[in-house]
Design a protein around this ligand. Sequence first.
Ligand code: MN
Length: 297
Amino acid sequence: MHTSGMNEQAPTLRSVTQVIDAQSLLEGGGFPVRRPFPTASLSSYDPFLLLDHMGPVNWPPGEALGAPDHPHRGFEAVTYLLAGKMQHRDSAGNRGELGPGDVQWMTAGSGIIHSELPDPDFRARGGVLHGFQLWVNLPASHKMMAPRYQDIPAAGIPAARNADGTVKVRVIAGKALGTRAVIDTVIPITYLHFTLQPGACHVQPLAVDEQAFAYVFGGELLAGPTETRVREGQTVFFGAGEAVSLAVDKGEEGPVELLLLAGAPLNEPVVRHGPFVMNTREEIEQALRDYRDGVLA
Ligand code: MN
């Protein structure tokens, strides 16, 4: 296909290097999550530290769980809700209500005490909670930056569609289909939620220095030039190149839902201890002392 008046060369497509199943576990005393990483076999995917697919879980009235006060230092935690209602607060006085489609990009930096609980009314009524939490590492130069919140309501997340309507994307970070995100990231990050209809085919350009992966949470994706099948709950990792191709078989019964994530690796030492992610053992010990002494926040 030629674009009129332009002499474009087709970008080199990234090959599929690996497809893995997410690990299912109960987080925070009973919240069901599916976790592509960290696991015993994959500790991180630089610059990403964790991806949790939360639920979907249908909570009976009064039973929804969350994560009460806990510290963070040295990275960013990004919450993207698809269903339900959460209430996030921190020791800096920030408070965010998250509903379907809302994004909270929380930069812990030098440290906060974080609380992530179901909204009280939602908890009382019960209902479906579904979403994602992604941890993005901070470079050594920014680990002790001032904490920052970016709370973007669903309507504020830019969205785009392709010409024939088979590709819809919500642009949480980075850009796609000519649409740029409103969220500011410390290092360049691409975070895209694609909804692909049967027969869809999309080529997403990405910076060549970025590592990229996609997590499928609905339907079956055909990934990369070999159209490798990636089922719901699986993660596909891509090799080097200029773009990733995402396609859906014409015979697929419904839309395919996926997150596409990319970022340039930091290539720095990672020392993690629960909610603290630093570069050295000494920095972790300092974080533990600061938390114990109440000066982390
Ligand atoms: Mn947290």
